[in-house]
Design a binder for this molecule. Structure first.
Ligand code: SAM
Length: 309
């Protein structure tokens, strides 16, 4: 979360006005007993909280937060004082049960995670699953989401897209396999990535996908917001030299439905382009073979015939 300007006080006052205006007629804005509210919270700029989110956080029986210290800052900013409990990756089973019991007994709960929409790459989805299984009421107060914010800023096609969340960090082999599976995906691809893994991930994506357009969306809605619209090969060399900082969303162009422009080059040049971007010769041959819809041995023979070793 970043520092907020003086404007924030203005938005708090506005929010308070809106709450009063809404309260009379619209039953959907009443906080109902026994209901779980998934409340979207800011992904950086605290002014991005909605009036309805503030109302639910203010009026619910208790707040279930991924990290109570993070949510305490949001609550302090808006003068919200509700009892808070923890609901996170490591206690989600037990905490989920306790929350379900309290709601079955008539309390209401606002579920928030550290940032954005609960359920998107965080434990919120498990709570919803539990509530669906129990037939308990659950509803959502929509708010910001890093994935969609990045997508709309990317300049890449938004009509069809795939959200992949974080690539697995289990093993290098599993990661590479997943990247290979995604290589033929034609829809725009959205990924979350931690800064310390960014350089390695970009390199793996380049090796698996070949060169494509990418938007690296950093620190969205914060003071240092930045959207770098570039190609995978340029991103690899940029972050080979620079230590990335902050939170990132990667938005990557889908696999071209027609052979990409590299296929109009001679095979040697096609392979060379990939090697210039940092690929090993073997990976470059594989990528060129995939682009051209031929086997790697065909590429290898062409290189030999043209005198390349
Ligand atoms: N539930 C959240 C949402 O709706 O976007 C995502 C939670 S996930 C645990 C956290 C990841 O979201 C970060 O590692 C980063 O990839 C992305 N993210 C969150 N806030 C961001 C921001 N302000 N700018 C860029 N990426 C962000």
């Amino acid at each position: 979360m970043n520092d907020i300007s003086e404007n924030e006080q203005l938005s708090v006052d506005t929010a308070a006005d809106d709450l009063t205006a809404d309260e009379g007629g619209d039953g959907k804005n009443l906080v109902a007993d026994g209901t779980l509210y998934l409340v979207g919270t800011p992904i950086g700029n605290l002014s991005d909280i909605s009036p309805r989110a503030l109302k639910v956080l203010t009026e619910c029986s208790f707040i279930a937060a991924e990290d109570t210290r993070v949510t305490a800052k949001l609550c302090a900013r808006y003068g919200i004082r509700r009892p808070m409990i923890q609901y996170h990756e490591h206690n989600k089973r037990d905490a989920g049960e306790r929350i379900a019991e309290r709601l079955a007994a008539g309390e209401s709960c606002a579920l928030v995670t550290d940032a954005g929409m609960p359920g998107i790459s965080d434990p919120g989805a498990d709570m919803v699953k539990l509530f669906c299984e129990r037939g308990l009421p659950v509803t959502c107060v929509p708010g910001p989401c890093a994935a969609l914010t990045a997508l709309v800023l990317s300049g890449l096609p938004t009509d069809r897209f795939v959200f992949e969340g974080f690539l697995t960090s289990d093993s290098a082999v599993k990661r590479r396999r997943r990247i290979d599976e995604l290589a033929s995906e034609t829809r725009t691809l959205i990924l979350y990535e931690a800064p310390h893994r960014l350089a390695a991930t970009l390199k793996q994506l380049f090796e698996g996908f070949g060169d494509r357009r990418i938007a690296l969306c950093r620190e969205l809605t914060k003071l240092n917001e930045e959207v770098m619209r570039t190609t995978l090969s340029e991103a690899v060399s940029h972050f080979g030299e620079l230590q990335p900082r902050g939170e990132f969303v990667l938005v990557i162009e889908g696999c071209p439905e027609k052979p990409n422009e590299l296929t109009s080059l001679p095979v040697t040049e096609h392979v060379r382009r990939y090697m210039d971007g940092g690929m090993s010769k073997n990976d470059a041959m594989k990528a060129a073979a995939r682009d051209r819809g031929v086997s790697k041995s065909v590429i290898y023979r062409e290189l030999l015939d043209s005198g390349e070793k």
